[in-house]
Write a protein that binds this ligand. Structure first.
Ligand code: GLN
Length: 450
């Protein structure tokens, strides 16, 4: 990957910092969501005093709903406002929501959450689509642009739990929520300031009007567009599988790390919650190298289509669970009852290699493949699929403690991901044909695809 950052349009940096701050606010409040609800309602920094299970249930719904609402967020952009204005609206809703959370009342907490769900729904899919609009369809810098954008997301995601988590947990929950709000305010300020670099990007595309009746003409999708929509449908399925495996991190892997992993380094015990910052840390660390490797393969003419990357990513993610299965086996056979931390560190690393071969790649793919009038809706559907993946992760995690065991779930996820990823690779030629060339990158003289 080229180190030359000037090849990217200035608008990329506007979207980079806007989304970095938006993610800072989102992951910041998410980091203290359950802790605040479950903290005792008395004492120096009183929480709400809920049972853990109730706090987790609300958390599960909340984290699913923010992504499900990306569907109406996308539709509003396609039908009414365009992406640029919908992102602006989402940012306003988010600023309001975060500052309502800074108020010390449970009612305010609920109202704030509703604003955040609506705000993320409006902002998240549309800002991702706008990144794609900055580049021509076959421009190889497009992939690099999405990698940078994804690194921005993770700088926000990495720093938020540390800062907002610290302030919320040790000083005052509502100062923590307020700090998340200040992050969002900065994001909104960057976005407003950067409008001058976003001219012509994410504008509303009016529907074609029928010349005679003056009504909206219902232009049917062409065969090529239909084929591309079919491939996109498949990527949503991949998203459910991938996020269903990957998001074990916050649930089952989290509890497993707490109970069955030796977290001592000398006299220091690594807090379990620190492992939650690992994904973002690894993305920042290896985001560019992974994109570089894929790019080198492309230049050497090796298979490198999006479907191929997604197949490889799913397999690598699955293989990450082999380390966890080994850890679970050790924990059940060793007398200490605890396995080495290295297994978990290795598992997270493989999961992130998988993530980098899937998540930013899908965002790029959607903006290349979806017919222009449906880009935002398709992006919304993708985030919705990732929300369903999160829910699936929760269901699998629960099973590990009810009718199954962590070992069995880890092995099961490995097998499923490896088989599913292999199937994608076997079918790669057929599926690529359905993209009708929209996935090809051309090194020089980028031209607009059909
Ligand atoms: N971690 C990424 C983000 O916050 C991906 C989220 C998702 O697709 N579910 O943007």
């Amino acid at each position: 990957m080229s180190n030359n950052l000037t090849v990217h349009p200035k608008g990329l940096y506007v979207l980079f910092f806007t989304e970095m701050w938006e993610r800072f606010s989102y992951y910041g409040m998410r980091a203290i969501f359950v802790l605040y609800l479950a903290a005792k309602a008395t004492g120096v920094n009183p929480g709400v005093g809920w049972e853990k299970a109730d706090a987790l249930a609300l958390y599960g719904w909340y984290t699913m709903m923010v992504y499900v609402l990306a569907v109406p967020g996308g539709i509003i952009a396609d039908r009414l406002l365009g992406q640029k204005k919908t992102v602006m609206l989402g940012g306003i809703l988010l600023c309001i929501g975060h500052f309502i959370l800074a108020l010390d009342s449970l009612q305010a907490f609920y109202v704030g959450c509703v604003f955040i769900v609506l705000g993320v729904g409006a902002l998240k899919p549309n800002i991702s689509s706008m990144v794609g609009s900055l580049y021509k369809r076959n421009d190889p810098n497009r992939t690099k642009g999405f990698t940078l954008f994804y690194i921005g997301i993770n700088i926000g995601a990495f720093s938020a739990p540390l800062l907002v988590g610290y302030v919320g947990e040790t000083i005052n929950w509502h100062y923590g929520f307020g700090l998340a709000g200040i992050g969002m305010l900065l994001g909104q300020a960057v976005y407003i300031w950067g409008q001058k670099y976003l001219k012509g990007i994410g504008e509303f595309v009016p529907k074609q009007l029928d010349a005679q009746s003056g009504r909206i003409a219902k232009v049917p999708l062409t065969k090529i567009e239909k084929d591309r929509m079919i491939v996109l449908g498949l990527t949503f399925l991949i998203a459910i599988v991938f996020w269903g495996a990957y998001e074990q991190a916050g649930g089952l892997m989290n509890l497993f790390t707490k109970e069955s992993i030796n977290r001592s380094v000398g006299s220091f015990t690594v807090p379990t919650s620190w492992f939650q910052a690992l994904h973002a840390f690894y993305v920042i660390l290896i985001g560019v190298p992974v994109a570089f490797i894929w790019n080198q393969l492309r230049k050497k003419g090796k298979p490198n289509s999006t479907i191929f990357k997604m197949g490889v990513g799913t397999i690598v993610t699955g293989l990450g669970f082999v380390f966890l299965a080994k850890a679970a086996y050790d924990a059940s056979t060793l007398t200490s009852g605890q396995a080495s931390m290295l297994w978990v560190l290795a598992a997270y690393l493989l999961h992130v290699i998988g993530e980098l071969s899937i998540s930013p790649v899908i965002l790029n793919f959607i903006t290349k493949l979806a017919p222009i009038k449906y880009v935002s809706m398709m992006m919304g559907l993708y985030f919705c699929a990732s929300g369903l993946g999160n829910k699936l992760a929760g269901v699998l995690g629960e099973a590990a403690f009810e009718d199954s065991s962590p070992f069995a779930i880890f092995v099961g996820i490995t097998v499923f991901c490896v088989v599913f990823g292999t199937l994608l690779i076997v079918l790669v030629k057929k599926l690529n044909a359905l993209t009708h060339g929209a996935d090809v990158e051309i090194e020089s003289d980028p031209v607009e695809a059909a």
